[in-house]
Write a protein that binds this ligand. Structure first.
Ligand SMILES: Cc1ncc(COP(=O)(O)O)c(C=O)c1O
Length: 399
């Protein structure tokens, strides 16, 4: 039926994509999707110029470690480039099981399942376990993959203030007792660098019978003994039901993991659509992660160096009077507070040979526009000095 007063037709999807001003702004003017021409450890080449990479999540600096590279090369020769299918059908290999057993033991859990992307693991770590009629209590600053998992679960979501156990209690107390509940938090918040207040959060969640899911993409390799993560850091591994995370940060690879009781991992394998209907982790990526996990345990110097670099770098930024949003980890934001100045600051760092990432609203709360940086065990003393000079210069020029 035609509506006589509304003759203007809606734009087509193709028109909407072509005319989108946000896309034009982000891709043509803003500092995203830069293709580096070369990389060697913490040095990258951009537009013919070598620069220090200060935005990589390779926290332990293992992505160029000879043992990691050799393991990936050997796996390619042994298994080829692709597992050619999903785990449930033709894509399960012995190397998946070996990596899962190693990861489960390292994390202090009975079992583990690895996926081809961290995003997929964290999304599945929520979506496979919660269902319609459940309530998910989520920290309001969790990563997009967890929000997607929440949406796909069809459960009702209730947000609580970032890292705030008192607010978690207030929200949980307002809910009817007969809903099954889940709490979803991160171990280390990637944008803010904050460590979850896990002891208080799990205490509240325990009172309300929550199933606890923790995304430790940025805590794994960084916190705890030998880098076992946030749960180990607090001695609370048994209070978290599902630990999910990514292998693209400290494990110098790509892919992700979900770890928990054997019953939970078996449930994920039979109920998790994203686990069942997606091709499995490729051989070289699994081998790199497995070798990085060995290196983490046999060469403690990388974690010691990471922690020393983090202290030195954060102290340097604070001595310049820059706002690091209370970060206690290698993910260190520098809050500038306004889009234009954040862009100018980002450019000034780039001119001085330091590559960072600008993050502006809506990716961060309004007024928190920031430069997202991450320090690595791979940064040398000389690079740390050059980084300090670049920040001093950028501050003088733009703030
Ligand atoms: C907290 C968090 N969870 C999950 C992911 C997804 O991991 P991946 O990028 O390896 O897919 C990321 C990646 O940025 C992350 O920061």
């Amino acid at each position: 039926m035609a509506f006589p007063f509304f003759t203007k037709s809606a734009p087509t999807i193709a028109d909407r994509c072509r005319d989108d001003s946000a896309t034009k702004l982000r891709l043509r003017y803003a500092p995203y999707y830069h293709a580096m021409e070369a990389q060697q450890g913490t040095t990258v080449r951009l537009k013919g110029r070598d620069m220090i990479m200060l935005a990589s999540n390779d926290y332990l600096g293992l992505s160029f470690h000879p043992k990691v590279i050799e393991a990936a090369r050997a796996a390619l020769l042994k298994w080829g480039t692709s597992p050619t299918g999903a785990r449930v059908s033709n894509g399960s290999r012995a190397y998946h099981h070996e990596l899962e057993e190693k990861l489960a033991a390292f994390l202090g859990k009975e079992a583990c399942h690895v996926h081809a992307a961290g995003y997929l693991s964290c999304l599945s770590g929520v979506a496979a376990f919660a269902q319609k009629g459940d309530v998910i209590l989520a920290d309001k600053n969790i990563h997009s993959c967890l929000w997607d998992g929440i949406r796909l679960s069809a459960a009702t979501v209730e947000r609580f203030s970032h890292n705030n156990p008192e607010d978690l209690r207030a929200v949980a107390a307002s809910l009817p007792a007969d809903y099954a509940k889940m709490m979803v938090v991160e171990g280390v918040y990637s944008m803010e660098g904050h460590i979850a207040r896990l002891p208080e959060l799990v205490a509240v969640a325990g009172e309300y019978g929550c199933f606890n899911v923790l995304d430790d993409a940025h805590g794994f390799g960084v916190l705890g003994r030998e880098g076992r993560g946030t749960c180990d850091h607090f001695g609370l591994t048994d209070r978290i039901d599902i630990i999910c995370g990514s292998m693209s940060k400290s494990l110098a690879s790509t892919g992700g993991f979900v770890a928990g009781d054997r019953a939970f991992i078996e449930y994920l394998r039979t109920h998790g659509k994203h686990t069942i209907f997606s091709a499995s982790l490729s051989p070289a990526q699994a081998a790199a992660a497995s070798a990085a996990l060995d290196v983490m345990q046999s060469e403690p110097g990388h974690l010691e160096r990471l922690r020393a670099n983090t202290r030195r770098y954060t102290a340097m930024l604070q001595s310049l009077g820059l706002d690091t949003w209370g970060s206690e980890t290698p993910a260190v934001p520098v809050v500038i507070g306004n889009k234009q100045r954040a862009y100018a600051f980002w450019q000034a760092l780039l001119e001085n040979g330091v590559f960072t990432v600008m993050s502006i609203a809506p990716a961060v709360p309004p007024g928190k526009d920031l430069i997202r940086t991450a320090i690595s065990a791979g940064h040398t003393d000389e690079q740390l000095e050059r980084i300090a000079e670049a920040f001093a210069h950028a501050k003088k020029k733009t703030l």
